[in-house]
Design a protein around this ligand. Structure first.
Ligand code: NDP
Length: 246
């Protein structure tokens, strides 16, 4: 039912972790999928290769989400190469944690550039290429709703901004048949938050399910929103957090 045949998707930060799982899942459902990376060119190419092995088109684009021009250029490049753009997933994220005393203007600016400015500019660029049925999906965080320990101020404030962006864009783009949604993962086993890290047991205890998510469990939620079955969902914040915020 939720097929993405003939659709073109772009996933920012699609070479590892949640973004890679999203890229693979959208391709499994039939989409051609481009992805951006900042540093790990080899891993991004490997994911693109997996997608091509599924019989889809793919493209790995170097684009630092902290670079405004690079973000916009990546979106335009994907639309040009594939001839259309239907789905943008704003996944790449900066995770600068520590006490406020240690995090100043530089860290604030970098966090906002990657976590807020890039999703806004990518979405803005994408809507120039999208028709009806377009999808903008951002990956926020459970920390936008619950911050159970210190050191998370920059991360939480940046992810909270995506709530307003999502609602504003949903209202503005609804008349064009474009939906805009935000997924809030809980603790998910990736390089950024390994399930075997020191302190992981305490994090597990903050969820109702008592465990980390796998990246593919987050990807499944994104795939639902991206597909036809998700067509009446817009402006929503979807928690996929194992009950972290209940
Ligand atoms: P990972 O660290 O595993 O992967 C991050 C991905 O984002 C990589 O592909 C990386 O590219 C890319 N990336 C990071 N910074 C940039 C940048 N400046 N420009 C372009 N790409 C960039 O992270 P996760 O998969 O865990 O996180 C993905 C998203 O999910 C983030 O937005 C994060 O905030 C959110 N999230 C994660 C949670 C978790 O517990 N894991 C919980 C809640 C939200 P490269 O490989 O080139 O470095």
């Amino acid at each position: 039912m939720n097929e993405l045949k003939d659709k073109v998707a772009l996933v920012t930060g699609g070479g590892r972790g949640i973004g890679a799982a999203i890229a693979r899942r959208l391709a499994e459902q039939g989409a051609d999928v481009a992805l951006t990376y900042e540093q790990a060119a080899g891993r991004a190419s490997a994911v693109a290769g997996e997608i091509e092995d599924m019989g889809r088109r793919s493209l790995a684009v170097h684009a630092d989400s902290g670079d405004a021009a690079a973000v916009t250029a990546a979106v335009d490049q994907v639309a040009e190469v594939f001839g259309r753009l239907d789905i943008v997933v704003n996944n790449a994220g900066a995770f600068m944690v520590g006490p406020v005393a240690d995090l100043g203007a530089a860290e604030l600016d970098r966090t906002l550039a990657v976590n807020v400015r890039a999703p806004y500019l990518a979405s803005r660029a994408a809507v120039r290429h999208m028709g009806g049925g377009g999808r903008i999906i951002s990956i926020g965080s459970n920390m936008a709703e619950r911050v159970p320990f210190g050191g998370m101020t920059l991360y939480a404030l940046s992810k909270t901004a995506l709530v307003g962006m999502t609602k504003g864009l949903a209202r503005e783009l609804g008349a064009r048949g474009i939906t805009v949604n935000l997924v809030h993962p809980g603790p998910t086993d990736t390089d950024a938050n390994p399930a075997d890290r020191p302190g992981a047991e305490a994090i597990r205890g903050l969820t109702a399910l008592g465990r980390y998510a796998t990246p593919s469990e987050i990807a499944a939620v994104v795939a639902f929103l991206a597909g036809e079955d998700g067509r009446y969902v817009t402006g929503a914040v979807v928690n996929a957090d194992g009950g972290f915020t209940v």
